[in-house]
Design a protein around this ligand. Structure first.
Ligand SMILES: Nc1nc2c(ncn2[C@@H]2O[C@H](COP(=O)(O)OP(=O)(O)O)[C@@H](O)[C@H]2O)c(=O)[nH]1
Ligand SMILES: [Mg+2]
Length: 248
């Protein structure tokens, strides 16, 4: 089974285009697992209506209040752990209509060839992100460049893209969600660290992303996020260092 795990916070406007583009691209044989993280708009209501109209299978989980992206992903992975089988595939995407589902085909192929997870990367050949501010683009690129230089054996080029496909068995093997602690956006980095330190092979596919399609405003807050990253680093670095920083 193919699951689309969408963590959403106040994405009412994007629900229809996101569900419709997944349906257009994938057809049948998938389910959407939406974690509505305490939205104050019509995110959940729209999800129910649109999934009914499009005949899409929907599992909706609601947090009573906003707990953060990491907490929502954790809830989603808990559901996957309890309901999916090890061969199932979990795709995480932003619920803001900026992640093109066409990329999923390439991601599934790489999972089938043995990767534990596949990242839709802005920074591999053929990938790009247009419509984003110069400052933000520079920071993501420089951050990922730095990480790839330090952990060059990982072959990861885009450390913070939230558009990923995971093998459900690989998540379990890496202790996800049990070992997840990050509650915010830094959870994406934490998940990758947990997979890599557990020995998973990570693949990448080019992500062609048009950020100007985004309907909601960005919920990413840079300064708190930098603090969160330092905390994730401090916690997981010892595990990573053992595998990636010692001589081969
Ligand atoms: N569950 C949950 N999801 C969130 C939260 N903040 C953002 N998101 C979702 O995480 C994804 C990424 O957020 P987004 O604003 O698109 O960040 P950007 O793409 O980095 O500008 C979107 O699908 C949001 O709806 C949150 O507090 N809780
Ligand atoms: Mg986004």
């Amino acid at each position: 089974m193919l699951y689309f795990l969408l963590a959403a916070y106040n994405e009412a406007e994007s629900i229809e285009p996101v569900f419709a583009s997944i349906k257009r691209e994938i057809g049948n044989g998938f389910a959407i697992l939406l974690v509505d993280d305490g939205s104050t708009d019509l995110t959940s209501e729209n999800a129910r209506t649109v999934s009914g109209n499009l005949n899409v299978s929907l599992e909706l989980i609601r947090h009573p209040r906003n707990l953060g992206l990491g907490a929502a992903l954790r809830t989603g992975f808990e559901w996957i752990g309890a309901n999916a089988s090890p061969d199932d595939i979990v795709v995480t995407m932003d619920c803001d209509d900026t992640h093109p589902p066409e990329t999923v085909r390439c991601m599934i192929e790489k999972l089938e060839s043995g990767c534990g997870a596949v990242i839709a990367s802005r920074f591999v050949k053929g990938g790009f992100c247009r419509g984003v501010s110069f400052a933000r683009s520079f920071i993501s690129r420089a951050g990922s460049f730095f990480m790839s230089a330090v952990f060059h054996r990982s072959a990861v080029s885009d450390w913070t893209s939230g558009f990923r496909a995971y093998n459900a068995g690989a998540l379990k093997k890496a202790g996800i969600p049990g070992l997840m602690r990050a509650r915010g956006f830094s959870s994406q980095l934490e998940i990758l660290f947990l997979l890599l330190s557990g020995g998973a092979v990570i693949g990448e596919c080019p992500l062609r992303m048009d950020y100007s399609l985004k309907k909601s405003s960005s919920k990413m807050r840079l300064i708190p996020l930098l603090f969160e990253y330092s905390w994730v680093f401090a916690r997981v670095l010892p595990l990573m260092a053992e595998k990636f920083l010692t001589s081969p």
